[in-house]
Design a protein around this ligand. Sequence first.
Ligand SMILES: Cc1cc2nc3c(=O)[nH]c(=O)nc-3n(C[C@H](O)[C@H](O)[C@H](O)COP(=O)(O)OP(=O)(O)OC[C@H]3O[C@@H](n4cnc5c(N)ncnc54)[C@H](O)[C@@H]3O)c2cc1C
Length: 510
Amino acid sequence: MAMATFARRKAYLLARNFSNSSPDALRYSFSLTSFSRGFAASGSEENDVVVIGGGPGGYVAAIKAAQLGLKTTCIEKRGTLGGTCLNVGCIPSKALLHSSHMFHEAQHSFANHGVKFSSVEIDLPAMMAQKDKAVANLTRGIEGLFKKNKVSYVKGYGKFISPSEVSVDTLEGGNTIVKGKNIIIATGSDVKSLPGITIDEKKIVSSTGALALSEIPKKLVVVGAGYIGLEMGSVWGRLGSEVTVVEFAPDIVPSMDGEIRKQFQRSLEKQKMKFMLKTKVVGVDTSGDGVKLTLEPASGGDQTILEADVVLVSAGRTPFTAGLGLDKIGVETDKVGRIPVNERFATNVPGVYAIGDVIPGPMLAHKAEEDGVACVEFIAGKQGHVDYDKVPGVVYTNPEVASVGKTEEQVKALGIEYRVGKFPFMANSRAKAIDNAEGIVKILAEKETDKILGVHIMAPNAGELIHEAAVALTYDAASEDLARVCHAHPTMSEAVKEAAMATHDKPIHI
Ligand SMILES: Cc1cc2nc3c(=O)[nH]c(=O)nc-3n(C[C@H](O)[C@H](O)[C@H](O)COP(=O)(O)OP(=O)(O)OC[C@H]3O[C@@H](n4cnc5c(N)ncnc54)[C@H](O)[C@@H]3O)c2cc1C
């Protein structure tokens, strides 16, 4: 009974959202007909689903396909599963962010709580070893999930030889052909460099190199003020590097709500991170011991030299389809190399699908996972559902910044009349009790209906707090709905409730 009610409400919301949203922002389907080429009988050599790439998009799609009863093979060239996220992205970066945060807290905060040390030291190899252990455990865990769910796993480089056949040069040195009625491209993304800058992963590193430095650089320059650059800059800054972030754009993290972004930048500056905005790198000299970067104002002008021991190039990521043979089977790509797909994640070639970082949309692990599940649900003849408007984004610095839905700038640009409710953590009892009260919750709601349009949180644990907002947005809640939910005391979550109260009425504690 409960399920039936849930299903009816979901269908209603899907229909309502579908009629209001842009095709780019939304992927829904109501058809229950299968788009697949049918399912192989058990024991046949041909797979129902072949997934190329074992990242969060690919491995989740493979497991879900197997759970739906489809014979499934996943091909991965790296030798370990988990893709960018587990091997050189989300997981190792969060491990180092946590370790470096503990060091920073021990140095700067513990004494305020009456915990004193005579000295605190960094053991960088031990820190890196804990990160590597976390990565190894998690990647092996996915191999275990493949076995549990009976997903076949082929280690090697996959290349299309037809829309239903992938030739794999295996890591062991042989070659095998993997056949599939449906093939999902989940080959993800790779580091993007900048013209004239060669990444050597020693003095000039990508995020991958920045996760494995053997020494703490005295001076670190981060080129690009996106979330990856700021997270890695935070790690090395906390460990003692002097960090300067050079950014072409006038602002850091362009996708962030403007007001939150300003507070966030101030907070990072308090942590001694320096910013050179509206600045471009026009030359790199690695001939000496360190690196000399020649900088110029974005709009042109006098050049300056900035010296560094290590330069992290963090200028975004680019879809990865090299050596995949897309041209051989006629799969189209757009001008930045992404694979366009329809609402069912189907490419222009029947039976070939694409998900995750290799298609348009936010380049985030959880979005890739949602794509993967929805894609195989469509293949299995069920409904899939991903709403790109409601994908939360988190910057895992300290404080963290998390958001879901629209920024104030986006709401204004759409001409929607809106209300704003804010609540600072300075007025939150839990934040005060733990002496960590920097940050704010900001909620945007439609003026006429009170429907929540966007929620932006800067707080130590914003990445966890954001999910009640994600639930609220998903169910089209009003700010009053959120305000009337009983929140446990004392919690940081009460700031979300109070911000919701401030949006539709008045908060109590400020
Ligand atoms: C430093 C860093 C930190 C990040 N932090 C976060 C975070 O905190 N939260 C978050 O949501 N996202 C984060 N991301 C982004 C996240 O890692 C990606 O969005 C996510 O991994 C994309 O998943 P995917 O499955 O589409 O692709 P990927 O994870 O890139 O996986 C694709 C896989 O396909 C394999 N492959 C490619 N071509 C072939 C082929 N021809 N044959 C066989 N295998 C192939 C690759 O080896 C790779 O393992 C971070 C990224 C980086 C670099």
